[in-house]
Design a protein around this ligand. Structure first.
Ligand code: NAD
Ligand code: UFG
Length: 337
């Protein structure tokens, strides 16, 4: 199969490209490098020893995206491209709605035109809002609290409507929990711009000495130690979920929805402890006020993905921290060298 990977230069995209190439898929990557750089793709080529086409194209540029489809015969698209910072989406919502939704509408229209009707979409556990109970199943009520999450929910509905209108479409919505870790080579990993918003990138920059101290956002949640609980999943496991999803839509049409998580929740303090063990030094932290919009606990019921895709995460918390630290210590300034 020949797969177009939108957003393939990014964190999850680059890891998925490695897995796709290793599994024998042909790929092409489309990315505008808004939140990534081409070096990640050079590293993907080094890891796999395989070459592929890269198009530096913005999905908002209809003509350029159309040209990519005219030049290739794709069987399916994995659609990672999008902006993802929750806080930023509250400050500049129109940019988020335009980039994520208009970009996806352009992509779907062009796919239709070229008769490419299989798509795997990067959705998020954020579409469950503040769940009444955990673990979270795919049929729980959906809601969201910020523009970023709203774009994910809107795109889910767009894809469901498209499939209703044309039964030839095969759509998989993958709702990721919290991706962390890096490829075991330490050659690719998460490379946030500026000060990280997310926990593990922040912890690893404290460990490497770029940041002074982790602020733990609240210790008065109704959780085992009062700090927020999340379902952290190794990015290599997450990438594997995309291979399983492609296998599923190869011969199926309709819409399929899966949580990609481990089913285990860890608190912020669990993560600090595990990371300190992995890097061999204490990660300094202080307790501060809650971060507005955060929820107490969020972890997946991964049973549906296991039953229908044969997907199961195999990396544990120590693997996640070890591989993050391996990437961070080999690349203290990310891809910038
Ligand atoms: P990322 O920012 O590293 O990768 C996204 C890529 O998309 C970047 O390379 C960026 O340059 C590209 N892009 C953005 N807008 C584009 C456009 N208009 N045209 C072409 N390329 C564009 O993010 P990631 O962590 O790899 O996330 C991938 C996807 O998974 C995103 O859709 C994100 O919302 C979703 N997701 C991420 C997380 C997470 O915590 N990382 C959790 C749930 C869902
Ligand atoms: N946290 C801190 N200090 C920090 C950063 C985070 O204490 O500096 C805490 C948060 O309060 C939360 C936990 O660490 O309890 C995880 O926070 P992240 O920001 O790493 O992740 P979130 O669960 O808030 O959100 C992430 C992505 C969302 C996505 C969601 C589900 O940022 O886009 O996972 O996939 F929707």
């Amino acid at each position: 199969m020949n797969i177009l990977v939108t957003g393939g230069a990014g964190y999850i995209g680059s890891h998925t490209c490695v897995q796709l190439l290793d599994a024998g898929y042909d790929i092409a990557v489309l990315d505008n490098l808004d939140n990534s750089c081409e070096e990640s793709l050079n590293r993907v080529k080094q890891i796999t020893g395989k070459d592929f086409k890269f198009y530096e194209v913005d999905l908002l540029d209809y003509e350029a995206t159309d040209k990519v489809f005219a030049e290739n015969k794709f069987d399916a698209v994995i659609h990672f491209a999008g902006l993802k910072a929750v806080g930023e989406s509250c400050r500049i919502p129109l940019r988020y709605y335009h980039n994520n939704i208009t970009g996806t509408l352009n992509l779907l229209d062009i796919m239709n035109k070229h008769n490419v009707k299989k798509i795997v979409f990067s959705s998020s556990a954020t579409v469950y809002g503040d769940p009444h109970t955990v673990p979270i199943k795919e049929d729980f009520p959906l809601s969201c609290t910020n523009p970023y999450g709203q774009t994910k929910l809107d795109i889910e509905y767009i894809l469901k409507d498209l499939s209703k209108s044309d039964p030839e479409w095969g759509v998989i919505l993958l709702r990721y929990f919290n991706p962390v870790g890096a490829h075991e080579s330490g050659m690719i990993g998460e490379d946030p711009n500026g000060i990280p918003n997310n926990l593990i990138p922040y912890i690893s920059q404290v460990a490497i000495g770029k940041l002074e101290c982790l602020s733990v956002f609240g210790d008065d949640y109704d959780t085992k130690d009062g700090t927020g609980v999340r379902d952290y999943i190794h990015v290599v496991d997450l990438a594997d979920g995309h291979i399983k999803a492609l296998e599923k839509i190869k011969d199926n049409t309709g819409v399929f929805i899966y949580n990609l998580g481990t089913g285990v929740g860890y608190s912020v303090l669990d993560m600090v402890k595990a990371f300190s063990k992995a890097c061999g030094k204490d990660v300094k932290y202080k307790i501060v006020d809650r971060r507005p919009g955060d929820i107490a606990s969020c972890y997946a019921d991964p049973a549906k993905a296991k039953a229908e895709l044969g997907f199961e995460a195999t990396h544990n918390l120590d693997d996640m921290c070890r591989d993050t630290w391996n990437w961070q210590s080999k690349n203290p300034n990310g891809y910038k060298g």
